[in-house]
Design a protein around this ligand. Structure first.
Ligand code: NAD
Length: 485
């Protein structure tokens, strides 16, 4: 084992979990045994909630301008340790080093946003009647939880950690059991940045701990990022227990390519979107709708896809199970009559034979009913469907139950606006393959890609991580009593 066994982080200390069950942490790059991760029990969660509860009064009463000083220092520590943090993300997740660096840079941007929260959470005050003032304040919720997926071991945790904590909450995070190492490093950096003990806690585990989080009476709010199947379970279970919940799910993002699209730029964007992070992004282009005569662009997409080399500029997928699943999708499409233009099946990287790689795959003449058109594949695969009109393309996009992102490639402002207005997705790109809104704009999809109100990042996250207190004050006895007194 390259690293020591992973521990929970409770009340500012790394502590052994009580549960005896563990899982191996394996690098998708080469099958190297990195560590082992404990499957904590409800007792471990209890300890973390108790520590967070004890820390909450002190932390929530610390003025926000003081609280965000921790995140100025945390941002600096992320910058200072960028190389080491990126290498760890690369090793446990399998993405390329450049993609891992981008993930840490995004984590830095997320901390930077949190430091601006004092400017954004000012309440309101108004004299609503003679001498009577109403005032609103954003008040932290208490102990909150964040449950995260494997595909961004640092960025997705940082979607929630800086904002929730800067806004005065204490947090329990449950990392993905597939990539548990990065969050441990984040915990050390938060401590080094001066975060008081108990404000941030890490409890490792799987289903048992997720269910315990949803059920725990000491936890006020649960944020979840992962597949739609689990997002629904977490949303139902935590709201059933009267908790606030925001659960982000899976995706099937459509790119609509119109005949007037700029061929080179479009092909580069499509290829980068479908293959970046080995297609394991909830914002990845997974389906493309070719509108009219765009064969010349499809040819260029294949040229671009062939430049993407597994083990070089394409990372590994998370594990063998995932590789097998992706390859099954491709084989099924082929059997159903689709044409495989670029085939990434049976990829082996020399010297990394135990790595789990799938090469870039372009599938043409896909029917909207095939599984490669309807399901989230989560691999470097693009399924191309053909239509004659923009409305037919939109009908395909709208029929999909997900709604994270959609993009259009065109030079026509009118066509682009029509697609922005009519696509059924929360985040839309125009000539942009991965339309992630950057701070201060918020991140969040629609339909089966998100359950709950508001978005997880940016200004919108303030509503999720705080509750509003409204006070009405009168200091002038001479004002007398009126209808609103
Ligand atoms: P996942 O749903 O399998 O796991 C997410 C978390 O839930 C993990 O911490 C895991 O331990 C836990 N979990 C897994 N199965 C569970 C169960 N049956 N009951 C309770 N908890 C369970 O997701 P993943 O495979 O880690 O991540 C990939 C998925 O996440 C994709 O669907 C991707 O689209 C989605 N994702 C969505 C967004 C978004 O913003 N919408 C962002 C990143 C990833």
């Amino acid at each position: 084992m390259k690293y020591a066994a992973v521990n929970n982080f409770i009340n500012g200390q790394f502590v052994k979990a009580q549960g005896s069950r563990t899982l191996d942490v394996i690098s998708p790059i080469d099958g190297n045994h990195l560590s082992s991760v404990p499957m904590s029990t409800a007792m471990d969660l209890n300890k973390a909630v108790n520590a967070a509860k004890v820390a909450f009064p002190g932390w929530s009463r610390t003025p926000i301008k003081e609280r965000v000083q921790v995140f100025f220092r945390y941002k600096y520590l992320l910058e200072k340790n960028l190389k080491e943090l990126s290498e760890l993300v690369q090793e446990e997740n399998g993405k390329t080093y450049g993609e891992a660096v981008a993930e840490i840079e995004k984590s830095i941007e997320l901390s930077e946003f949190a430091t601006s929260l004092p400017q954004l959470v000012t309440g309101e005050v108004l004299e609503v009647s003679k001498g009577v003032e109403c005032r609103t304040e954003h008040v932290p919720l208490g102990v909150v939880a964040s449950i995260v997926p494997f595909n961004f071991p640092s960025m997705v945790p940082n979607w929630t950690i800086p904002n929730a904590i800067a806004l005065g909450n204490c947090m329990i995070i449950k990392p993905s059991e597939k990539v548990p190492l990065s969050v441990g490093r984040l915990a050390s950096l938060l401590k080094e940045a001066g975060l008081p003990d108990g404000v941030f806690n890490v409890v490792h585990g799987d289903v048992e701990i997720v269910e315990a989080i949803c059920d725990h009476p000491g936890i006020e709010a649960v944020s979840f990022v992962g597949s739609t199947k689990v997002a629904k379970l977490v949303y139902q279970r935590s709201t059933h227990n009267f908790k606030r919940c925001l659960a982000l799910g899976g995706a099937k993002n459509h790119l609509m390519v119109l005949p007037d699209a700029i061929p080179g730029m479009t092909a580069q964007n499509v290829a980068a979107s479908m293959s970046g992070c080995a297609g394991q992004r909830c914002m990845a282009a997974s389906a493309m709708v070719a509108v009219g005569k765009v064969d010349h662009i499809i040819e260029k997409i294949c040229e671009e896809a062939r430049k993407i080399v597994p083990g070089k500029n394409l990372g590994a997928v998370i594990n063998q199970q995932s590789k097998d699943r992706i390859e099954r999708f491709i084989t099924e499409a082929e059997k159903d009559g689709a044409k495989i233009l670029v085939d990434g099946r049976k990829t082996v990287v020399q010297g990394k034979e135990k790595g789990t790689y799938v090469g870039p795959t372009v599938i043409d003449f896909v029917k909207p009913t095939m599984s490669v058109a309807t399901e989230e594949i989560f691999g470097p695969v693009i399924s191309i469907m053909r239509t004659n009109t923009v409305d037919e393309a939109l009908a395909i996009e709208n029929a999909n139950p997900y709604g994270n992102a959609a993009s259009v490639f065109t030079q026509s402002g009118g066509a682009a606006r029509y697609i922005i207005d009519n696509a059924s997705a929360g985040m839309i790109g125009v000539n942009v393959g991965v339309p992630v809104p950057r701070e201060p704009f918020s991140f969040g999809g629609w339909n089966e890609s998100k359950f709950g109100v508001g978005d997880i990042t940016g200004k919108s996250s303030i509503e999720f991580w705080t509750k509003l207190k409204k006070s009405t004050t009168k200091w002038n006895p001479e004002a007398g009593i009126n209808w609103m007194s």
